[in-house]
Design a binder for this molecule. Structure first.
Ligand SMILES: O=C(CO)[C@H](O)[C@H](O)COP(=O)(O)O
Length: 175
């Protein structure tokens, strides 16, 4: 999901074709992550089983879900990073074994190209994220403007590859 510049949200006025000032002049990346996360949380409804990605944007989403819904949703985390945050927000935690069908998963990209191909997993939870998102009726990816690139890899950051103990030698040979 590409999120428009915050100053374009909810505006009744025609916008210029090109933003006169880059988004950094308005909001930091963390502030944009927060705006994008709040938009994604608008899709969350009472009673849902939610899959939650890992990272700083997901933390904003969890905080928002806690403010709005608390114990009205069940959450599956894709890593242990936010266990304390979820508890503080009052959101009950479940797992894929007890809840193998997930209503909505919210996750975050690391890079997105103009064709909407994306890289994700730099937070180190790729396998669990794929499992939870594969079990979801709906999968929403949050993207702030800093993640948009002309081609994948253009940010210069690494592309994550997750290797699990089962068959790791084969994985190593193929890298
Ligand atoms: O893929 C991920 C975890 O495996 C993260 O969702 C991704 O790295 C984005 O993180 P952040 O919200 O901190 O920018």
């Amino acid at each position: 999901m590409a999120i428009p510049l915050p100053h374009r949200l909810h505006s009744d006025h025609p916008q210029p074709a090109v933003a006169a000032t880059p988004p950094t002049a308005f909001l930091s990346q963390d502030e944009l992550k927060c705006v994008a996360a709040h938009r994604a949380v608008e899709l969350v409804e009472s009673g849902m089983v939610l899959g939650m990605g890992t990272g700083s944007t997901a933390a904003h989403a969890l905080d928002r879900i806690g403010e709005l819904l608390r114990c009205d949703v069940l959450s599956i985390l894709t890593s242990e990073w936010a266990t304390g945050r979820v508890a503080a927000a009052g959101i009950p935690l479940v797992d894929l074994n007890t809840h193998p069908i997930v209503d909505l998963s919210i996750d975050i990209a690391d890079e997105v190209d103009p064709a909407l191909y994306l890289v994700k997993g730099r937070g180190g939870s790729l396998l669990r994220e794929k499992m939870v998102e594969g079990a979801s009726h709906r999968f929403v990816v949050i993207v702030d403007e800093y993640k948009i690139v002309s081609r994948l890899g253009a940010s210069g950051l690494t592309v994550p590859v997750e290797v699990i103990p089962f068959g790791w030698v084969l994985s190593l040979r193929r890298l």
